[in-house]
Design a protein around this ligand. Sequence first.
Ligand SMILES: [Zn+2]
Ligand SMILES: [Zn+2]
Length: 345
Amino acid sequence: MTTVAAYAAPAAKAPLERTTIERRPVGPNDVLIEIKYAGICHSDIHQANEGWGEAIFPMVPGHEIAGVITEVGSAVTKFQAGDRAGVGCFVDSCGTCEACLSGQNQFCQDGVSTYNAIGRDGKPAYGGYSTHIVVDADHTLRIPDSIPLDVAAPLLCAGITLYSPLKRWQAGPGKKVAILGLGGLGHMGVKIAHALGAEVTVLSQTLRKKDDGLGLGADHYYATSDEDTFKQLAGSLDLIVSTVSAPLDLGAYLSLLKTGGAFVNVGAPEEPNSLNMFGLIGGNKILAGSMIGSIAETQEMLDFCAEHSLGAEIELIRADQINEAYERVLASDVRYRFVIDTATI
Ligand SMILES: [Zn+2]
Ligand SMILES: [Zn+2]
């Protein structure tokens, strides 16, 4: 066991505070990562506030982790000390269930999330708001040399969350793709959809971030608070990826899709959403969900981002600014991801 520094929420809705936690000894298949940067994902806040149901406390959030490997277990062959490494939303999967065998180990029936979970050793899993983490090597990602670690960290959740549905629904040349919501997730959606060659539209509540959106690679930018937007774009889009974590008028967005178009939700509102099914059956529309990606697809995303020189737009903060950052995320006041410099923990 190694005692390391971390920031933890001691109870639901309580401010995060500095503490120490125990990391397990480095096992034969493990790597020890010295964390350099940890992104703040909206889901950290949902879970620290128990917005998604009962949670485990104390909680060390953080599943956008970038750092450097400082020790490898005796059976690890694919990493060595000094390698740049990342950890995303899950740290274990069984390798034998249907989800794992179908290449979707993010849905492993026996999987272990990076935090707010119990590990296979029966102990709570702690996330990335910390100086070090011990992770199974098969659930560790390689961060290509060309992506700086601070802007790489958010790729481990925000990046893969958008990359996976954009690939699955074939965003690319000739496709009209809209990203709904220009926040931490949405800004990565714009960058990745543009890099894939799609014609990209941002749908945001207001035009406040229009210059940013166009600068990130969007071709068009519309305000959803403007009723004309829904008239102008009616029936025009192949794909909408929604990053919004609040209830939406789904029918209005389905009306923007072409025949057979897909609305894919990656946001996770705490409240249920209602839908008039006529909006779905007319035009054979598709309403789908998507959650992160497998370890293999996450590596593919990191390599894609390196090839296209993509990283997140970040605001680097000290650990003692985490609580303030949470308030600002809730107020949509971040461009576009807070990243904690873990040397300040
Ligand atoms: Zn996340
Ligand atoms: Zn499994």
